[in-house]
Write a protein that binds this ligand. Structure first.
Ligand code: ADP
Length: 413
């Protein structure tokens, strides 16, 4: 018997309310788990009832929670589970902070020549755009050496020594590959290194939110990015996730998709033709590179495949994500890496999280959780194996073949 939509909706609301509460209390890890449960309930709802009238709203909500998870993960590093500083904890709330150079994006006093304009533009995007300075270092991005090098060459080096690039350098970079392998993380690490604004937008939620107005809003978004760069002298990295949605079918307006796409291409041409002083970059990310057409691809001079982790990277991922767990040194990480071929980086992280939950649940079920000094037992390889029985890779072998085929044809490092 499947659940009625109402029941699934109630359970999503319950988890979301829990997440928001935990988020506002600074319990980052627990908040992330509750947001994830809320997302799972919403996704299940949409899958079971594909024709349900509120599905669009549910997917928007799920996207908002996903963005919040990313904001929580990005702004506090990967290992640090310390409470978040006072941040918005609304359901779709995006953490906001100042650019790295200390100039506040919202500190204008009315005297600047056009910063007022920037403020108005920013206000238009408050609920979709995360302007943040992520605390992600290159070391925290495991593996992906080619991708790291290509991003450094095209963004970091030209920014540091523009005089060494008389022929200019790429402003558009496309990251493609299976979900959960580090596209967002790479973009965040690049933004952290160039010490600038990181504008993180999700094209899918942009398109559904701006139904019929996407064209105008894309132009505003780029205008905001340009103004931030020109008026505040801070480099700006505009990260557009799910960029394939700009070509999608969601815009119900007749001819809407074409106009949105053309607007985007025009904006990209503007950026690519910019003088050396301009420090504005666009990183697009997609799990469906095959849905992008040639005109689109041409605007992204670098096209980088962000792959599933290989054996060595999975070993490092397990080592990173089991660090906070009590393992009593008994864990054989190499074995775990071997049996998780085909799993994404974020699958590995989720597996570690599930193992942790397993021993915590055990403690609660034993009725001893509230006793003084009670702690979960150490985790071992068997706990991971049990979780792996019920947790399959999120990417299929066929999908990987499709990425490789596309990559052979279109990658550009
Ligand atoms: P994508 O943008 O490719 O869908 P993300 O960068 O959002 O994937 O990854 C989701 C989460 O999975 C990250 O926040 C991080 O915790 C983990 N993760 C993904 N890739 C890596 C990686 N290469 N190294 C370390 N952690 C990773």
């Amino acid at each position: 018997m499947s659940l009625a939509p109402q029941e699934l909706e109630n359970s999503a609301s319950k988890y979301a309310a829990e997440a928001i509460k935990l988020d506002s209390q600074g319990s980052r890890g627990m908040a992330i788990q509750s947001y994830q449960r809320a997302i799972e309930a919403l996704v299940k709802l949409v899958q079971i009832y594909p024709d349900y009238k509120l599905n669009k709203v549910y997917m928007e909500r799920a996207n908002a929670y996903q963005n919040r998870i990313k904001a929580l993960q990005m702004s506090h590093g990967l290992d640090d589970d310390s409470p978040a500083p006072a941040e918005s904890a609304s359901a779709g709330g995006n953490g906001r902070s100042e650019p790295a150079n200390g100039k506040s994006g919202s500190s204008h006093s009315g005297g600047g020549k056009s910063s007022g304009n920037v403020e108005t533009l920013k206000a238009d995007f408050d609920d979709l755009v995360m302007k943040d300075k992520p605390k992600v270092s290159w070391d925290e991005v495991i593996g992906l050496d080619d991708a790291k090098r290509a991003i450094r060459e095209s963004i970091v080096y030209p920014m540091k020594r523009p005089d060494l690039f008389p022929l200019g350098w790429p402003r558009g970079i496309l990251l493609y590959g299976p979900p959960g392998c580090g596209k967002t993380l790479l973009a965040a690490a690049a933004a952290a290194e160039i010490d600038g604004y990181f504008i993180n937008v999700d094209a899918a939620s942009m398109m559904s939110k701006w139904l019929g107005e996407a064209e105008k809003n894309i132009s505003k978004l780029f205008k905001m990015a340009r103004s931030l760069n020109e008026n505040e002298g801070v480099p700006v990295l505009l990260f557009i996730d799910e960029i394939d949605s700009l070509l999608g079918q969601r815009n119900s307006e007749v001819g809407g998709e074409v106009r949105v796409k053309n607007q985007f291409l025009t904006e990209m041409d503007g950026i690519n033709g910019k003088s050396k002083e301009s420090q504005l970059y666009v990183i697009g990310a997609t799990n469906k590179p095959w849905s992008l057409e040639a005109g689109f691809l041409r605007r992204f001079q670098k096209r980088i495949y962000v792959t599933l982790p290989d054996n060595a990277s999975r070993t490092n991922l397990f080592s990173q994500y089991t660090k906070p767990l009590n393992t009593e040194g008994s864990l054989k990480i190499e074995e775990l890496a071997k049996i998780t071929e085909g799993y994404s980086a974020s699958d590995v992280k989720d597996i570690c999280q599930s193992v942790q939950l397993r021993v915590v649940n055990e403690l609660f079920e034993s009725g001893k959780a509230m006793e003084a000094g009670a702690n979960p037992r150490p985790v071992g390889n068997n706990d991971f194996k049990e979780i792996l029985k019920i947790r399959k890779p999120s990417v299929s072998v066929d999908m990987i073949r499709a990425y490789m085929r596309w990559s052979d044809q279109f990658k550009a490092l």
